[in-house]
Write a protein that binds this ligand. Sequence first.
Ligand SMILES: [Zn+2]
Length: 529
Amino acid sequence: MHKLNNEISIKNMKTFLKISGSLLLGLIIVLSLWIHSNLKDRNPGYKADMIIRGNNLSPLKTGFAAVPITPDVPDKWTDKNGDAKYTPKDGDTFTDGNGNGVFDPVWIAGFSNGRAANGVHDDLWARTMVIDDGKTRIAIVVLDAIGFMNDDVIDVRKRIPAESGVTYTIITSTHSHEAPDLLGLWGETPYKSGINKKYREFVKDQAAKSVADAVKNMKPALLYVSENLTEAGLLVKDTRAPQISDSGLRLIRAVDKENGKTLGSLVAWADHGETLWSKNLLITSDFAHYFREGVEKGVFSGDSLVKPGIGGVAVYINGAIGGLMTTHPSLPVQDPFTGKEYMEPTFEKAEAQGKKLAMIALTSMDKPAEIIDSAGISGIVKTINLPIDNKMFKLGTAVGMLNRGTTGWMNMRSELSVFSIGPLSFATIPGEIYPEIVNGGIETPQGQDFKINPEEIPSVREMMPGKYKLIFCLANDEIGYIIPKSQWDVDPPFTYGRKDSPYGEENSLGPETAPLIHSYLKEMLSSLK
Ligand SMILES: [Zn+2]
């Protein structure tokens, strides 16, 4: 019996091992196929690389367009019993408050998970400026979004009609923390993507349309260039030492050569689009909304127009916002007319900020420092590979939370570009670069993780040609923070007397990102000159 029993149990055990073994094997295969599909390069062999040499005497044309990318959001979520619910759960059915329709929640990006939009305060946009020297046509697109990844940028480029004749398209984001998640990190829970794929497709189509429309609107133009590098400094706070920001306003107003009317403007500043902070549930482009409205339509005090606008389409571009540039709830903003001070994150605060920015911009544009009549477009574009060192980013990419492919084992494809147009130059950077890398002032604080001197020198602006130097942050990608290696601080003792690791490193690809990007830019800018 014993023998028999043993035989049975051995047989059972063998069967059990066989079944569980094949189950485990199956699971491993499914899991690795899934990870493999998440890591798969979505654009194998893609390179945006180009070298463009312009002729200095070319007459310029520009065109502008603004195409809405506002999501469909009901004003009031109600459950089946008609009770208001402010944080819908994914998968539930909802009505729009009048008992109509069923909606998927629109998850707002930035801050915490599970922030479902409860309505729309102002339209979100894909805004484009196209500039053409007769040989080269560059499109500069800005989305009211937290960020837009390189794979998605490539998709938009494929959707731009060939007849638009665009040489190169740059797609940046205003980094609004009050707009739908397009990166995937702010779904209902940390384990669920916040991306609504239908909405993302809509954004891609509208972005491509905004380029095509801007091309159709192109006219011979003069570029009025001006800047105010000091007055907007009080509207943004630097929340991490050293205190270096990128708070200068740099402005280009494109004027129709024939009738003197404004075709549009490019207004560049640098701040997180999060003045409304973490509790707001209405879709908005934050202060950028009021800034652009002010530049286009004028700045009002109550009902009376204080400063007329210039018309056309205003395109707001974000600069070096890492390290971290924000209009934090602890930073008061004063209404330029009533003098009232706003501290709490409210639409009144964002409006006061936008009005102030518009006043400074409009006043500066009244007296252009330079008028560009003709110039050639020169530029260098480079697709780069960046190693993913951050463990959470590795995991996020493997499980598809960071919804992008990889190029080789834990490398991501990204992109840099540098351009010059007469006295103007600009550099596009794929994430949130720390201002000290752009403007100088990198430090070697005690407690640094790497005992090194600043590596990212000279500063990007020192290396850029021309008189007016614009930085486009979050351009053609959002790779996270780009931190000077000598200020990298994960391990104790911490820098600047801190008790903990500062915010930034956890949302960075790794310590080699900044030196790598800087060395590419150095090479590109030296051959642009
Ligand atoms: Zn940010």
